[in-house]
Structure formats: structure tokens, C-alpha cells
Ligand binder design. Structure first.
Ligand code: FES
Length: 162
């Protein structure tokens, strides 16, 4: 079966996403096969998000490196990264659009919340190796899904970026 080498162009044209442009600018696609694989991941996390966003709300507290605090009400199913992007919170660039491919959504989960947020996935842990100042409570905000159990979750945004 022929590999889907033309998928990237189709999605770029259809979605016209800022995140997709940033993703391409980074030159993260090494070859056509990788392009198709990463696009599928990106599309799953980006396009399907509105479908997931239908649960109860939870308030997430973002604290920028300079101490500025933002409280954002988000629907269950939204990622912590998506909430930051919607509200224009500085320091969460999310260049890959939530595909767990850039580490520019690095946050520190407040220690009291770590067990409720859960552990990093294997892919997330690998991607965090590209981030700076990684701590035991480091997570990628795109990999934290908001739920009612995370009402009041506090995440801190690091100053440095990969
Ligand atoms: S947005 Fe790229 S890894 Fe989270």
C-alpha cells in the first residue's frame, strides 16, 4: 500500500492553522513518512479537540514565571495547553499544536497536584528531554487533560524554553 505522502498539504490548506505553520517552520518533519505520522497525531489532538470539549468545567490556575496569575475555566476534555492558548497566556508557545512533538508547552505541576494529574507518558518523557530546567513535576501542558477532578489545578510556567 502506498504511504500517504501528500497528507501534509491537504491539512495545511484545510485547517490554515497558526500552529501548523509554526510546526512547519521548525522543520520537524524529516521525511514524507514522518510527515504523515506526525500530521495524523497533530490532527487527532487539534481537530478532535472541539468534539472532546463537552464535559463539566474546571478552573485551572496558570502562574507565569513573573508571578502573574490567570484563572481559566475550561471544559473537561480540553488540554491545559489549549486553555493557555485560548487565553493568550505567555510562555506556553505550543508550536506543534499539541502533538507532543515540541516541548514548548512545558509547565510545572504544583506538587500537591502531581498524583491527581498523573504520570508522564513515555513519549512525553522523551520530549521533555528537549526542555530546559526539567524538574520531577515537569509536564507538557498538551498532555494534561482537564477534568472535574482537576478543579483548582495550579501549573507554573518556566522562564526558559527549549
Ligand atoms: S504543544 Fe508541543 S509538546 Fe505540547
Amino acid at each position: 500500500m502506498k504511504k500517504p505522502t501528500s497528507v501534509q498539504l491537504s491539512f495545511e490548506v484545510t485547517l490554515q492553522s497558526d500552529e501548523m505553520s509554526g510546526y512547519a517552520k521548525l522543520g520537524m518533519f524529516g521525511n514524507a513518512e514522518v510527515k504523515a505520522e506526525r500530521l495524523q497525531s497533530w490532527v487527532r489532538s487539534s481537530v478532535q479537540s472541539p468534539v472532546r470539549n463537552r464535559g463539566p468545567m474546571a478552573k485551572i490556575i496558570y502562574i507565569e514565571a513573573n508571578g502573574k496569575e490567570h484563572a481559566v475555566e475550561l471544559e473537561s476534555g480540553t488540554s491545559v495547553m489549549e486553555g493557555a492558548k485560548r487565553k493568550g497566556i505567555a510562555g506556553i508557545d505550543a508550536v506543534c499544536g499539541g502533538a507532543c512533538q515540541c516541548a514548548t508547552c512545558h509547565v510545572y505541576v504544583d506538587p500537591g497536584w502531581q498524583s491527581r494529574v498523573g504520570a508522564r507518558t513515555e513519549l512525553e518523557a522523551a520530549m521533555l528531554e528537549f526542555a530546559e530546567d526539567v524538574q520531577p513535576n515537569s509536564r507538557l501542558a498538551c498532555q494534561i487533560e482537564v477534568s472535574a477532578q482537576l478543579e483548582g489545578l495550579v501549573v507554573r510556567i518556566p522562564e526558559s524554553k527549549p
